[in-house]
Design a protein around this ligand. Structure first.
Ligand code: UT7
Length: 331
């Protein structure tokens, strides 16, 4: 089976930190509520560093860790919903910053499932014999840009950060992916984009898209609906990916889930009949960093020895769209 090998990984989290106690000073909340409902204790928040900067730092660390030269990278996939510019893409700026001269560069907007989608896209490019030696998948997010810090039900959840992996094609190893989306849930998690300001329109054509109306560009979520979706799709995606490989979830050494809420992960563990310690968790330290959350957790799992060479690893995410996705590979 053609699979993929992680040659190196790296992350970058802003030094600036906001604790639960810091949130209790700005909204009507407290450490006890946040801890018991989510498991989150703190988040790293950018202090002026742009999204591309965090991504470039993480990418540099991953390239150094892989022991390759940046110009050997043929493809950069950056995943983000909080890029600094509509154009150019974050991937192009990261390419410039790390000196990956001539590589392809593309951004993927797939919310919290972004890294899993990007990982699978990179794997499929690597297996096509298109002359590609190495691919870089880098997820960089600053949720602080789109967080409403007056809304206690969302602001305590999110943080900023970035992480990256360098991938190489690997023959004779296991690999499977199970990715999907359910656009009928699009209205449950959204952040508004630009509105037209052209002088050639009077706004006369009204098209309704069933999305909740928002005054600003901040993230809105129907927490309960997203929670239901997450507790259903997380175990389902993991189970389905295992089935493709003729495995059971019990055969996995480590599952790295999207770090949104500890309770979601505990429910998934129960549904999969797995002990919670089979799941790697670091949301206590970072909160939910959207597409960066899985690779940041992956980096920490590698650094702490929770994932070792030869381990069968499952990455599994869910998020706005609504999207979901899971990959299984051998580390
Ligand atoms: O990557 C994106 C994916 N997003 C997610 O995975 C989020 C999924 N959803 C969740 O994780 C949970 O729904 C939340 C953590 C967002 C909320 O937890 P919940 O147990 O569903 O709480 P709730 O929304 O039912 O709120 C319960 C109570 C409410 O008060 P009342 O109406 O019962 O008086 C809220 O107003 O908790 C209140 N509340 C808070 N209290 C203190 C909501 N946020 C807070 C807060 N501090 N920060």
């Amino acid at each position: 089976m053609i699979g993929v090998k992680i040659l190196g990984a790296g992350k970058c989290a802003p030094e600036n930190i906001a604790t639960n106690e810091d949130f209790a000073k700005i909204v009507d909340t407290n450490d006890e509520w946040i801890t018991t409902r989510t498991g989150i204790k703190k988040r790293h928040i950018a202090n002026g560093e742009p999204t591309w900067f965090l991504g470039a730092r993480a990418a540099k660390a991953a390239v150094e860790n892989a022991g390759i030269k940046p110009d050997e990278i043929g493809l950069i996939i950056a995943t983000t919903i909080t890029g600094d510019y509509s154009t150019p893409s974050v991937s192009c700026i990261i390419q410039r910053e790390i000196g990956a001269k001539g590589s392809m560069a593309i951004d993927v907007n797939c919310a919290c499932s972004g890294f899993v989608y990007g990982f699978d896209m990179a794997k499929r490019y690597l297996q096509t014999d298109c002359g590609l030696k190495y691919a870089l998948v880098v997820s960089s997010e600053e949720l602080s840009k789109i967080t409403d810090y007056t809304d206690r039900s969302t602001c305590v959840l999110f943080g900023d950060g970035a992480a990256a992996v360098v991938l190489e094609r690997c023959d004779d190893t296991i690999y499977a992916a199970y990715l999907g989306a359910d656009g009928t849930g699009a209205q449950y998690l959204l952040a508004k984009s630009y509105e037209s300001h052209t002088p050639f329109s009077n706004g006369g054509v009204k098209i309704e898209d069933d999305m909740p109306k928002r005054e600003n560009h901040c993230l809105y979520q129907d927490g309960k609906e997203v929670y239901k979706f997450a507790t259903k799709t997380l175990p389902l995606a993991c189970q389905k990916t295992c089935e493709i490989l003729g495995m059971t979830p019990g055969d996995l050494n480590c599952i790295v889930p999207h770090q949104a809420n500890k309770r979601i992960i505990e429910t998934a563990a129960k549904n999969l009949s797995l002990p919670i310690d089979r799941f790697f968790l670091n949301l206590e330290e970072y909160g939910n960093t959207s597409s960066a959350s899985i690779p940041i957790a992956l980096c920490d799992a590698i650094d702490t020895g929770a994932i070792k060479r030869g381990d069968k690893v499952c990455l599994v995410g869910f998020g706005a769209g609504l999207t979901y996705g899971s990959v299984i590979f051998e580390y």
